[in-house]
Design a protein. Structure first.
Length: 366
């Protein structure tokens, strides 16, 4: 009986000890994690605060900086508290440039995250509400007024606004066009806003048998990748996937486009045919395909389903995919593939992008 009481007493003592330990531990945790109120680091700062009638509760590292560097302005006291101090070389310049323009402290925190190029653009503009844009990866300060205008006209999210305006979908086709920098780059973007140099012709054209018994020219890098794709289609679907056309020179494209215009008019022709100099067939990176076993269509639905889900493995994309006509500005073409390399093709496939979107999101630096 005595032994039992002893055991109960020891058990109670043990539980009491654990409870005390938990209470003490919680107290230590609270003390260690209690947020300390920032205080002036020196008497000099205290004196400057007193001189300017600034309460100690308004102290911040940014406030200390502006006081010590003689750029304090009482109008911006609240903003100083909101601005996170950093040791970037342009810290003072951004404060003295953007606070007078009307930017808040929180907005200025985001301005520090922008590229130098975007910051320099904003310096030249009056205050712009960039709160909906500065967290977007491909934000380009050059386009902020166009973003706002496009958003007013289209009920889409801000990310889509930025991408669409960046790729010029807010502008009429074949306006504000520019010549591509490098026609030989296999990621070159040729569309209704970007054209190739006059009479551009790849220097590495190679030939493979075509669907109609002709030899089809394309760039050698395209040929090598296509032969792998063609072999896979044969093994997995037992079909002969053949090119009908690939490289087309500017003169050929001019004849082709003119014939379509004469037949159906400019507006209709522009939905499925590129104007001379604006066709990516001229790059030698695009191929139009046909299953030679079919007489009435280029590809069956089954053929296309396989192509859509396998082309990326060999560096190709469906260049004008379904439900993306408002981005590519061409009608859906299940037979038209474009070589972009395996890495880009995989990203485009996995994220359901067009080449336009991919270039803007992953290649262009803003």
């Amino acid at each position: 009986m005595i032994e039992l009481k002893k055991k109960k007493k020891i058990k109670k003592s043990f539980l009491l000890l654990i409870t005390c330990g938990l209470i003490i531990g919680a107290g230590v945790f609270y003390i260690n994690n209690k947020k300390e109120v920032a205080k002036p680091a020196s008497n000099e700062v205290k004196d400057l605060m007193n001189k300017n009638n600034i309460n100690e509760t308004d102290y911040s590292k940014t406030l200390e900086y502006v006081l010590l560097n003689n750029i304090y302005d009482e109008k911006y006291l609240k903003e100083y508290k909101d601005i996170k101090f950093n040791d970037e070389s342009n810290f003072e310049e951004i404060l003295t440039t953007f606070l007078p323009k009307g930017y808040t402290g929180k907005e200025i925190n985001y301005i520090f995250k922008l590229s130098e190029k975007n910051i320099n653009i904003l310096k030249e503009l009056d205050y712009k509400d960039i709160s909906n844009y500065y967290v977007i990866k491909n934000f380009n300060a050059n386009n902020i007024e166009r973003y706002d205008e496009y958003k007013k006209k289209n009920d889409i999210n801000y990310k889509d606004v930025v991408t669409r305006v960046n790729i010029k979908l807010d502008l009429p086709v074949y306006t504000d066009t520019k010549e591509v920098e490098d026609g030989n780059d296999y990621l070159v973007l040729v569309n209704k806003y970007n054209h190739l140099p006059k009479n551009y012709r790849p220097t590495d054209l190679a030939y493979i048998p075509g669907a109609y018994g002709n030899n089809v020219p394309m760039r050698s890098i395209t040929k090598d990748a296509f032969l792998e794709l063609q072999d896979a289609a044969k093994k997995e679907l037992n079909i002969n996937l053949m090119p009908t056309t690939a490289f087309r020179d500017e003169a050929f494209q001019r004849t082709l486009y003119t014939n379509y215009v004469n037949k159906e008019g400019v507006d209709k022709a522009d939905t499925y045919s590129a104007r001379p100099g604006y066709s990516e067939h001229q790059t030698g990176l695009s191929i139009d395909l046909k299953n030679t076993a079919l007489s009435n269509v280029r590809l069956s639905d089954e053929n296309y389903d396989w192509l859509e889900n396998n082309a990326y493995k060999y560096g190709f994309i469906i260049r004008f995919p379904k439900n993306k006509e408002d981005i590519t500005l061409y009608q859906f073409e299940n037979w038209h593939i474009r070589y972009v390399g395996k890495d880009a093709a995989k990203t485009i496939y996995e994220n359901k992008l067009t080449l336009e979107e991919y270039i803007d999101l992953y290649v262009v630096e803003y």
